[in-house]
Ligand binder design. Sequence first.
Ligand SMILES: *[C@@H]1O[C@H](CO)[C@@H](O)[C@H](O)[C@H]1NC(C)=O
Ligand SMILES: *[C@@H]1O[C@H](CO)[C@@H](O)[C@H](O)[C@H]1NC(C)=O
Ligand SMILES: *[C@@H]1O[C@H](CO)[C@@H](O)[C@H](O)[C@H]1NC(C)=O
Length: 304
Amino acid sequence: MFRRSSLQCSIRALLLLIPWFSCLVVGEVSHNFSQCQEFFYNRTPPRGITAAGYQPICQRYKNQYHFASLYHRQHRAPLFSAYLLSPPDGKRPKTPWMCEPQLAFSHASPEMRQFNTPPDQNVMESQAVTQDYSNSSFTKGHLNPSMHQKTIEGRKATFTLTNIVPQRAGSNSGPWSILENAMLRKFKAFCNGSMYLITGVMPYQSEARWINNRVSVPEYMWSAYCCPLFRSDLPESERLFFPTFAAVGRNDRNSGEEIVPVNVKARAATRGYDVRRMPLETLEGILAQRLAMPISLFDGNCRK
Ligand SMILES: *[C@@H]1O[C@H](CO)[C@@H](O)[C@H](O)[C@H]1NC(C)=O
Ligand SMILES: *[C@@H]1O[C@H](CO)[C@@H](O)[C@H](O)[C@H]1NC(C)=O
Ligand SMILES: *[C@@H]1O[C@H](CO)[C@@H](O)[C@H](O)[C@H]1NC(C)=O
């Protein structure tokens, strides 16, 4: 065993080079959402995202695409996940957290898979791992929530850490989960076709915050839907919610109130993690300012 140590050393030296090397290779490969365009309205991903460092991921599990995420390598977190809403059958599955070997190795299978224990060093370099969250004061917040997916495979596929951001428990199990339920009810009651959702994050503006010095913490969560075919007998009171609607949620109770005001009277319930509902155009205005990119989430604003 000792005699092998110099060989092990050189192997280790080689392995240390791989993260750097494989990132380089990945960076050269042209990636897009061409394998999973069906999760975007008119098969058109959001326009206007110009910054470098974003990696499209077609989220594949059990040999099938289930949704799409735009992953930010440096943040080790997604900017958004896009999916079609379909009401769930049965309970939230018990399932292990998964990772995306394709982020670490450009030639790896595009399927998500369970983490090795301990996690592979290259995987760990390229994305968040469950340990990043274990000593943080954040929960693992789904962008595409398991309760918006019908099949058991679809629900399990949401448990990949590239669909997850550090979210305060007060938001995740409070106002944000109420929003997710409200969208599900709107879909069931008034949508007469597909509902396309895009849910994402806004990082802190001036000074990035991190958990474990590795994973970017969002200041706000946002979500928008597009339901191009809604019921013709839509009640007057629902007109405002179709074909599109959006919301922004606080993920920091100490944030200012310019984007999402705090309802002081509801504080016992919201605990400062209020969600502000708004028209799609308002959200796009906020995103343009905060992300410094003029983002158009749905082709033709979901109206063609
Ligand atoms: C997407 O990427 C593939 C290869 O990476 C390329 O062949 C294809 O033309 C691209 N599609 C678009 C719409 O850019
Ligand atoms: C979490 O914190 C405990 C106590 O400080 C420490 O023993 C443990 O190694 C930490 N775990 C991780 C994954 O950082
Ligand atoms: C829902 O869509 C179907 C098929 O396009 C149509 O026949 C039906 O009238 C629609 N229902 C409502 C309430 O709009």
